[in-house]
Design a protein around this ligand. Structure first.
Ligand SMILES: *Cc1c(COP(=O)(O)O)cnc(C)c1O
Length: 410
């Protein structure tokens, strides 16, 4: 095989499909979030980032930076090993204790990312619980799908956020088989939220474990910010809560929180935990400071929800087709991959607004969109500019407005 030619051909196919990914070259400016520098075509411009997953701007908060600086001065750059072989730093231990308390669980376990947390935990359960069957929501994130696949257990996919469909599938499964129901709280592309209590009712009826990905809710929902399960008062009904330290926490890393026995089991049998070096101590220290801050600052969550609601309302008033999201995510429908890319390019090139286009395979063909994530740090002037720029781009490119899309769909 001519390897180079093969690689080139597959990339050419991606480009022909409009699916080739071009990364925006950003240089974040500490203290000025959501403003960043954008390097492009040999030039540098200031842009306002409207699609960051640093949902609360914690990645630049003084308390978080101070903790990271202190830890790097005390402990150096790297952890020096896997957790088992010299790589458990005291900051990891403190962070796991904090994560357990944060989630109202007995114990917690750190991973190098949320992706690895999902992949490792679900594959370990699938591979090691004898006769395990995993029930997975149809819109689950790739990290859960890969974990479930890799565990090679039986699996069933239930209709998105549909407890009745889950009930039907669980009822048809062998009564004594171990079962895991895996789903997310906030789905980040549509901004909808799972009926967690109803899914727990069904899981409990069939004696199934529950596995909840709170990645897009951590820091943002519940009195102390541990997620939607806290907001809904159902954390004790979730067997394993999974989350990331890279989105609203503002740093990097992932975790699960569960009973002592369950955490000890994944710690002892999960290859993606065992065989990978632990995160730098300064990273763990930064996460610890971020979580401690967020637990005691609900006003940040109130402001975040206000910014998202205001953004949705103002765009809708101007006929920009915002999906009826019930979370902090503001998905704006374009419905066409090439138009979506053109709109994003125009916003960046001519309006200094950065919103990444979301195309297939992240979302289904025909539902291409711009996904806006307002934060407490986006001010009114930036919001005014966003709304005016979206209206201008919609007109210039002839993208259908809200009513027109409905008509086109009939
Ligand atoms: C981003 C994401 C992950 C992965 O988390 P990382 O910490 O970024 O690896 C897991 N689940 C969902 C739903 C996500 O959106």
């Amino acid at each position: 095989m001519d390897y180079e030619q093969y690689f080139g051909k597959r990339i050419a196919d991606l480009k022909a499909d409009g699916r080739y990914r071009v990364f925006a070259d950003l240089e974040r400016i500490c203290g000025r979030f959501p403003v960043a520098l954008n390097h492009r075509d040999g030039k540098t411009r200031e842009v306002v980032v409207w699609c960051s997953n640093d949902y609360l701007g914690m990645g630049q908060r003084a308390e978080v930076l101070a903790a990271a600086h202190e830890a790097i001065d005390r402990c150096g750059a790297g952890a020096g090993g896997t957790r088992n072989i010299s790589g458990t730093n005291h900051y990891h231990v403190l962070l796991e204790q904090e994560l357990a308390a944060f989630n109202a669980k007995e114990a917690a376990l750190l991973f190098t990312s949320g992706y690895v947390a999902n992949q490792t935990t679900l594959s370990t359960l699938g591979a090691t619980l004898p006769g395990c069957i995993i029930f997975s929501d149809a819109l689950n994130h790739n990290s859960m799908i890969e974990g479930i696949r890799h565990g090679r257990s039986h699996k069933h996919i239930f209709k998105h956020n549909d407890p009745a469909d889950l009930d039907r599938l669980l009822a048809a499964a062998p009564k004594d088989a171990p079962k895991v129901v895996a789903f997310e709280s906030v789905y980040s592309m549509d901004g909808d939220i799972a009926p967690i209590a109803e899914l727990c009712d069904v899981a409990e009826k069939h004696n199934a474990m529950t596995y909840l990905d709170e990645v897009h809710a951590v820091g943002m929902y519940g009195a102390e910010g541990s997620g939607v399960a806290e907001r809904d008062g159902v954390r004790d009904r979730i067997t394993i809560i999974q989350g990331t330290l890279a989105k609203a926490i503002g740093v990097v890393g992932g975790y699960i929180a569960a009973s002592q026995a369950c955490v000890d089991y994944i710690r002892s049998f999960g290859p993606g935990f065992i065989f990978s070096s632990s995160m730098p101590p300064a990273t763990a220290a930064a996460c610890l400071a971020s979580i401690r801050y967020l637990r005691h600052h609900p006003e940040l969550r109130v402001k975040h929800q206000e910014r998202a609601a205001t953004c949705k309302r103002r765009l809708s008033e101007r006929g920009i087709p915002v999906l009826p999201s019930v979370s902090h995510i503001v998905p704006v429908m374009v419905g066409n991959a090439s138009l979506c890319k053109q709109a994003s390019d125009m916003l960046l090139d001519e309006y200094d607004i950065y919103v990444q286009p979301i195309n297939y395979p992240t979302v289904p063909v025909g539902t291409e969109r711009l996904r806006i994530t307002p934060t407490p740090l986006h001010d009114d002037a930036q919001m005014d500019h966003l709304v005016e720029s979206f209206c201008a781009v919609w007109d210039r490119l002839g993208i259908p407005k809200a009513g027109e899309q409905a008509k086109a769909a009939e």
